[in-house]
Design a protein around this ligand. Structure first.
Ligand SMILES: Cc1cc2nc3c(=O)[nH]c(=O)nc-3n(C[C@H](O)[C@H](O)[C@H](O)COP(=O)(O)OP(=O)(O)OC[C@H]3O[C@@H](n4cnc5c(N)ncnc54)[C@H](O)[C@@H]3O)c2cc1C
Length: 468
């Protein structure tokens, strides 16, 4: 029997791919999924009413690259194709992304033409970033922060106004701490191998494209043909894990909710004992741990303190999330995805998503304000209340977006330790952790957002690779 620990999208996907293995290898491995809470989906949660949907965590998924196409294959397989809501590249939410700098909102350049123009807050056209890259010397290093890399190759303004807010938007983190390999691994390799990004790009262009052999479903092909920018699921993105859960149940995966595992004891290379909250012992041949690395550390610390220490070394940040619904007839915001605030602005908010512009099923103006992240404790301390967070978010919405209406509904949540931070050295740490597991013949595989990427696509793809 294999036990899957955690019922977020990582754990559910692991069970999905293990089921696929059962079918293709004609075996009958028994699957048991243990989830601590009474809900499967982890951070993916949607609150749906007749007028609005408040997304509590992720809201859109990128269709691009192998990992994006792979998720679309899964979505089609689950029968969810009809429920996909794409945002195509000509939609305002795809074209209009803003940053808030010096008390005003600025559109980020999104067309080739705009690269040759001076767009505030940048003091020069973005084309100068390319000249900067061609001029700047190479620096040999094993890893670097994404901020340092962007500053070195493209200049300080790109690092401050493009890369730093982007990192806030993706992982609520500080670009000065996050590894360049998190988002720009290929660009970093080009610098390391060829002396610069443009030089590397030219060399790889001459070498030709690497074809991957991923099978493409009709949905994945449609996403490519129609040039989707991002997509979501109608009725709320939580319909995705809910459908996955239903599929697992229909295929006899044993799902146990309210089943928090407190300890893992490795017996030998194919036997592992899990002890749950009520002291019950569960024996398995292998465990797929999809819970956050800091939580896994607590379960293995007795037997493997070194492994636990390494797992604990992956930091996580807390995000405050405030959803607003305004029941106005006219939209209170301009059509855009939303805006991000660069850390140099020293704002309590990370950014605001204009949900009513990018998500379906919204009757009015719906916004989500994200607060804190890497700076949560520094800005709000340990004991901030949800009411206080709401007031801060409302004040910022009033002042930045000039929305004076009172929201007809709102929802506040403090998402404790919700996003892992892939700081400099992260990838070596993960290699070391997996090497330790291999050297000690521990029957455990690691999946989930702590290791191989923080987005939904990455987590699903990591589940696929870990069960192979
Ligand atoms: C605010 C926010 C916005 C985001 N936006 C996006 C986005 O727009 N697009 C995107 O692609 N990604 C986004 N992400 C990232 C994405 O949501 C995550 O990568 C993904 O949901 C992580 O899934 P997971 O299964 O790895 O972990 P989790 O969702 O954390 O699931 C882990 C599960 O394990 C359970 N568990 C923990 N400990 C135990 C235990 N001891 N025993 C049993 N069960 C246990 C937990 O209860 C939980 O259900 C966002 C994340 C956040 C927080």
């Amino acid at each position: 029997m294999a036990v899957i620990l955690g019922g977020g999208i990582g754990g559910l996907s692991t069970a999905y791919y293990l089921l696929k293995n059962n079918v293709s290898n004609n075996n009958n491995l028994k699957l048991l999924l243990l989830e601590a809470t009474n809900y499967c989906g982890g951070w993916i949660k949607s609150i749906k009413t007749k007028d609005y949907i408040f997304e509590q965590g992720p809201r859109t998924i990128r269709p691009k690259g192998i990992v994006g196409l792979n998720t679309l294959n899964m979505i089609q397989d689950l029968g969810l194709s009809e429920h996909v809501f794409p945002i195509k590249s000509d939609h305002p939410a795809a074209k209009n992304r803003m940053i808030y700098v010096n008390n005003s909102l600025h559109l980020l350049p999104s067309s080739l033409k705009s690269v040759f123009q001076t767009n505030e807050p940048f003091s020069k056209p973005l084309i100068y970033a390319i000249f900067n890259d061609l001029r700047s010397p190479q620096k040999q290093m094993k890893d670097d922060s994404i901020y340092n890399f962007a500053e070195r190759r493209f200049g300080k303004e790109i690092a401050d106004y493009a890369i730093s807010p982007m990192i806030c938007g993706i992982c609520a983190g500080d670009a000065k701490e996050i590894s360049v390999k998190f988002l720009m691994k290929t660009l970093f390799e080009w610098e390391q191998n060829y002396g610069g990004v443009m030089k590397g790009m030219m060399k790889s262009f001459l070498k030709g494209k690497n074809d991957n052999d991923l099978y493409l479903s009709e949905l994945a092909k449609r996403a490519q043909e129609e040039k989707w920018n991002v997509y979501t699921i109608k009725g709320g993105i939580a319909n995705f894990p809910a459908t996955l859960l239903q599929h697992l149940r229909e295929n006899n995966v044993d799902i146990k909710l309210n089943n928090k595992v407190n300890e893992i004891e490795f017996v030998d290379s194919s036997t592992v004992k899990l002890i749950n909250r009520s002291g019950e012992e569960i024996m398995a041949n292998h465990v797929y741990a999809s819970i956050p690395s800091h939580a896994l550390a607590d379960l293995v610390v007795k037997q493997h303190p070194d492994l636990a220490a390494n797992l604990k070394g992956i930091p996580f940040v807390t995000v405050g999330l405030v959803n607003f619904y305004f029941d106005s007839d006219k939209p209170l915001i301009s059509p855009a995805f939303g805006f991000l605030v660069p850390p140099i602005e020293n704002s309590p908010i990370l950014g605001v998503v204009f949900d009513s512009c990018c998500l379906p099923d919204q009757n009015g103006t719906v916004l989500t304000v994200m607060l804190g992240g890497r700076w949560f404790e520094e800005k709000f301390g340990q004991n901030i209340t949800e009411k206080e967070l709401f007031e801060i978010a409302q004040r910022e919405v009033r002042s930045i977006l000039n929305i004076k209406d009172k929201p007809a509904a709102h929802h506040v949540q403090i998402l404790k330790k919700c996003i892992p931070q892939y700081i400099i050295g992260h990838y070596d740490r993960v290699d070391n952790v997996r090497q330790y597991i291999q050297d000690n013949n521990l029957p455990i595989s690691l999946v989930g957002s702590s290791y191989d990427g923080v987005g939904i696509n990455d987590v699903i793809y990591s589940a696929k690779t870990q069960v192979q």
